[in-house]
Design a binder for this molecule. Structure first.
Ligand code: ADP
Length: 736
C-alpha cells in the first residue's frame, strides 16, 4: 500500500478510481444478483399461484388415484410444471410426476402446511422425487364444503440457467462500464497530472530566478486555473518587486562605485558589510578578495584605523557628527566621516564610514605654503639689496662717482630681476587659473623657430655660442597659440644660452614625428652646457626649483621658466621631455600635435555688410589677393546690382565680380575661423554667433557708389577703394 501511495499523482488518482470502480462493481453485482433472483422467483411464484387457482377450477373433486394422476399429467404437460393434489390431511390424491397412491403423506411439507394455515404457501427445496431443486406453490382450495391443496412445482434448474445468463450479461455490462470508466479515469488523472506538472515546472523556473511571462495561461474556470492565475499574479508581483529592488540596488551600487570617496559599512562588531571600489583601492584590497564579513582591521592594521573603529563604535552621534583626520600610510591622508546605520525603527545596524582622500589637498597645501615662502624669499632678496644700496646712497653716498654708478647699476639689476620675477609669477598664475586663454590656430613650426631665434642671435654671438637651427623640410604646422609657443621657445633657448659656457653650442631643431598614429612635430633645444644631475630632473618643472640657486640668480633666472614651459605644453596637449647629462649638456624636447597643410592655413571670413556693390568689390578683391595664403570665406547680404564703374575698375585688374561667392553665415563652420574682417558697414557689426576668441578687424572703406560728382570723380573713388583693399591685403599677408 505504501508503495502504491508513493506512486505519481496519475497512479494515485487512477488507483483510487480503480478501487472505487471495483467496490461499486462487486457491490452492484452482488446486490443485483440477489435482486434479480428474488424478483424472478417472486414473479414466477405469483404466476404459479394463478395457475394453481386455475387448476383448482379445472381439476375435479371426488376422483383420486390414477384417473386424477392422468388429468394432472395432461395439464402438467401443457403447463411445463408438476401438479400435485393433496388432501388437507396430507394424502396425495393426484400427481403428474408419480403414481399418487405410492407417495407419502405431504402434510409436513412446508408449502402444504403454510397453505393449510394461511391459504397459500411456497417453498424451494430439493426434491427427492425428481432429484433437483424445485419451487413449490400450494393453494388451499375451498369449494362446495370441500377443501384440498393444489400444488404446482417447477424445477429451478431452468430458472438457474436464466439467472446465470442474466448474471453473465450483468457482469459483462459492469466490466465494460468499469473499463470505460477506468479509461476515463486514466485520461482524467493524466490531464490533472499534466496541469499539476505545469505548476511544478512553473515554480521550478521561478525558483531558478526566472520569471516567464504568460507561462500559466489558462482559459478554464476550475480551481487549478484559479491557482494558476494567482501564481501568475504572484510571479508578476515578485518580478516587479525584484526589478524595483534590483534597480534600487544597482542605483546604490553605481552611486557607491562612482563615488570618489571610499565607503565602508560595518556592523556593530566592526565587520565589513559593504565596501565600495574606491575604499578597496584605498586599502589595497586585491581584486577578487572576499572581505565581506571580515573585520575592518583586516583591511588595515594601522593604529589610526583601530582608533577610528574604537571611537565610532562608542560614538554618540546624536550630539555631533564624527570626523577625524588620519594618515593610514606614509603621506596618504584621509578625513573619515562616520554616521550610524539605522533601520526605520531606529535600530542600529552598524556604521557608515566615508573616507575622503585629502592627500592631494595636503600636498597642494604644502606646495602653497612652500610657494608663499619661496616667493617671499625670492622677493626679499632683491628688495633687501635695493633697500641696502638705496639707504647707502642716501645716508653715506660714496664720494667716488664710479662707485655711485656701480651702486645704481646694482639697484637697476635687482629691480629688473624683481620685474622679471613678478612678470613670470603673473604669467604662471594666469596660465594656471586659465586667465591666459590658448587661442589655437595653425602655426608654422619653422617660422616660429626662425622668429624666436631672431631675439637670441645677438646674445649668443656676444657669449660666443654657436646657435644653430635645423628645421626639417616641410616640417609642417602645429596647432597652438603662437604667442604662448614663442614664450615657451624663448624660455628654453634662454636657459640653453644661460647655462652653456662661452664657446658652447645650442641647436634648435624641428621635425615631424609620429606616435600612436598621431602626427606630431618635435621641437628640441639642445646644448652642450652645464647639464643637470639625474636626481634633479624630475623636479625641474616645479616652481622655484633650481639646481644651483646662486648660479641661477646670478644669471638672472627666476626659477619659473620651466614651470611656465610645462604649463604651456600641457595647455596644448603636448609632451615635455628633458634629458641631460652633467657637464655634457641638456636637451629639452617638446612634442606638439601637427595639423594638416590645408587646415593649417588660417581661415579668414570677409563679412560683407552695408553697401552691396562696394562689399562685393571688396570681397572679390580680397579673395583674389589673399587666396592661396588663407582659406577664404565670405558672407553677407546679396548684392542687388553692381555699380557699372565698380565693374570697370574690377575689369582693369582682371577680377570677376559677376559671380556672387558670398554665402549666409550659417553656411560657414564658424568654429574653424581664425579671423573675421568686416568690409565696409559698421565696425562693430554684430555677429553673436562668432566666438569671442576670433580675431576681428574692420576695414572702413569709402562708398564711391554714393559719391557725388562727375563720372571721373566717382571712378577715381572706386580706384581709391581698390587701392585701399590692395594695401590692406598686403598688410594682412605680411602680418601673418
Ligand atoms: P631659471 O630661471 O632658474 O633658469 P627654470 O625654471 O628655467 O629657472 O630652470 C630651472 C632650473 O633648471 C634652472 O635653475 C637650472 O638649474 C636648470 N636648467 C634649466 N635649463 C637648463 C639647461 N639648459 N642646462 C642646465 N640646467 C638647466
Amino acid at each position: 500500500m505504501k508503495r502504491l501511495w508513493n506512486l505519481s499523482l496519475v497512479g494515485k488518482v487512477f488507483f483510487s478510481y480503480l478501487a472505487v470502480t471495483l467496490l461499486l462493481g462487486v457491490g452492484f453485482y452482488l446486490s443485483a444478483n440477489s435482486l434479480i433472483r428474488d424478483f424472478h422467483i417472486g414473479t414466477l411464484s405469483h404466476r404459479m399461484e394463478q395457475e394453481a387457482h386455475l387448476l383448482g377450477r379445472v381439476l375435479p373433486f371426488g376422483i383420486e388415484g390414477d384417473p386424477l394422476d392422468a388429468i394432472c399429467r395432461q395439464l402438467a404437460g401443457e403447463l411445463g410444471s408438476r401438479i400435485t393434489v393433496i388432501t388437507l390431511e396430507g394424502k396425495v390424491v393426484g400427481d403428474s410426476a408419480e403414481p399418487s397412491l405410492k407417495m407419502d403423506n405431504h402434510r409436513s411439507r412446508p408449502e402444504v402446511r403454510e397453505a393449510i394455515e394461511s391459504g397459500t404457501g411456497s417453498a424451494q427445496r430439493y426434491s427427492t422425487t425428481v432429484g433437483f431443486d424445485m419451487l413449490y406453490r400450494a393453494f388451499h382450495q375451498r369449494a362446495d364444503r370441500q377443501a384440498r391443496i393444489v400444488r404446482i412445482a417447477i424445477p429451478l434448474k431452468d430458472f438457474d440457467g436464466v439467472i446465470r445468463g442474466m448474471r453473465r450479461s450483468l457482469f459483462a455490462g459492469l466490466a465494460l462500464a468499469s473499463v470505460a470508466g477506468l479509461l476515463l479515469a486514466w485520461w482524467f488523472s493524466k490531464y490533472l497530472s499534466r496541469r499539476v506538472q505545469r505548476l511544478t515546472d512553473f515554480t521550478a523556473v521561478i525558483a531558478e530566478g526566472n520569471f516567464p511571462q504568460g507561462f500559466l495561461t489558462s482559459h478554464e474556470r476550475d480551481e487549478i486555473s484559479l491557482l494558476e492565475r494567482r501564481l501568475n499574479d504572484m510571479s508578476q508581483r515578485i518580478y516587479d518587486n525584484l526589478v524595483e529592488i534590483t534597480g534600487e540596488r544597482e542605483k546604490a551600487d553605481s552611486i557607491l562605485r562612482c563615488m570618489i570617496e571610499g565607503v565602508v559599512v560595518i556592523d556593530p562588531k566592526g565587520n565589513v558589510l559593504v565596501i565600495n571600489d574606491r575604499a578597496k583601492q584605498m586599502f589595497h584590497v586585491a581584486d577578487g578578495r572576499e572581505i565581506h564579513g571580515a573585520s575592518i582591521l583586516e583591511l588595515s592594521r594601522h593604529p589610526d584605523i583601530r582608533a577610528v573603529l574604537d571611537e565610532v563604535l562608542k560614538f554618540d552621534f546624536t550630539s555631533t557628527p564624527y570626523r577625524k583626520e588620519i594618515e593610514i600610510e606614509e603621506g596618504a591622508w584621509f578625513i573619515v566621516n562616520a554616521a550610524p546605520l539605522r533601520t526605520p525603527l531606529r535600530m542600529t545596524l552598524g556604521s557608515i564610514l566615508v573616507f575622503h582622500d585629502v592627500t592631494e589637498l595636503k600636498r597642494l597645501e604644502t606646495i602653497r605654503s612652500d610657494f608663499v615662502a619661496n616667493v617671499s624669499h625670492e622677493l626679499r632678496t632683491p628688495l633687501t639689496a635695493i633697500q641696502g644700496y638705496v639707504e647707502t646712497l642716501i645716508h653715506t653716498p660714496p664720494a667716488d662717482a664710479d662707485m655711485q654708478r656701480q651702486f645704481l647699476e646694482i639697484i637697476v639689476r635687482h629691480a629688473e630681476r624683481l620685474g622679471r620675477l613678478t612678470e613670470d609669477l603673473l604669467t604662471l598664475a594666469d596660465l594656471e587659473s586659465g586667465k591666459i586663454r590658448i587661442a589655437p590656430r595653425p602655426v608654422d613650426a619653422g617660422r616660429l623657430i626662425e622668429q624666436t631665434l631672431e631675439v637670441f642671435w645677438e646674445r649668443a654671438g656676444k657669449k660666443d655660442i654657436a646657435l644653430t637651427q635645423q628645421i626639417a623640410d616641410h616640417c609642417g604646422y602645429v596647432r597652438g597659440d603662437p604667442d604662448r609657443l614663442q614664450q615657451l621657445l624663448i624660455n628654453l633657448i634662454d636657459n640653453a644660452i644661460k647655462y652653456t659656457p662661452t664657446g658652447g653650442q645650442v641647436a634648435v631643431s624641428a621635425a615631424p614625428s609620429q606616435a600612436d598614429n598621431r602626427m606630431q612635430i618635435e621641437i628640441s633645444v639642445a646644448d652642450n652646457g652645464a647639464g643637470i644631475p639625474e636626481t634633479d630632473l624630475p623636479r625641474l618643472t616645479e616652481r622655484f626649483y633650481r639646481v644651483d640657486k646662486a648660479r641661477s640668480r646670478d644669471l638672472g633666472g627666476t626659477g619659473l621658466g620651466l614651470a611656465i614651459v610645462k604649463h604651456i605644453v600641457h595647455a596644448h596637449g603636448g609632451e615635455l621631455q628633458i634629458t641631460s647629462e652633467l657637464n655634457k649638456g641638456t636637451t629639452v624636447t617638446v612634442r606638439l600635435a601637427s595639423v594638416e597643410k590645408e587646415s593649417a592655413k588660417n581661415s579668414i571670413l570677409f563679412l560683407c555688410t552695408g553697401n552691396s556693390c562696394r562689399s562685393q568689390m571688396a570681397e572679390g578683391f580680397a579673395r583674389q589677393l589673399a587666396n592661396g595664403n588663407y582659406r577664404i570665406f565670405s558672407a553677407g547680404t546679396e548684392p542687388k546690382g553692381v555699380h557699372p564703374l565698380a565693374i570697370q575698375v574690377m575689369e582693369e585688374v582682371g577680377v570677376d565680380i559677376s559671380r556672387q561667392t558670398s554665402k549666409g553665415l550659417d553656411a560657414i563652420v564658424l568654429a574653424d575661423l581664425d579671423q573675421v574682417i568686416t568690409l565696409c558697414g559698421d565696425a562693430d557689426e554684430r555677429c553673436p554667433t562668432l566666438a569671442a576668441k576670433v580675431k576681428r578687424s574692420h576695414w572702413p572703406l569709402a562708398d564711391p557708389a554714393s559719391a557725388r560728382g562727375s563720372e571721373a570723380e566717382i571712378l577715381a573713388q572706386f580706384r581709391q577703394v581698390r587701392d585701399q583693399i590692395k594695401q590692406r591685403v598686403a598688410a594682412l599677408l605680411t602680418d601673418r
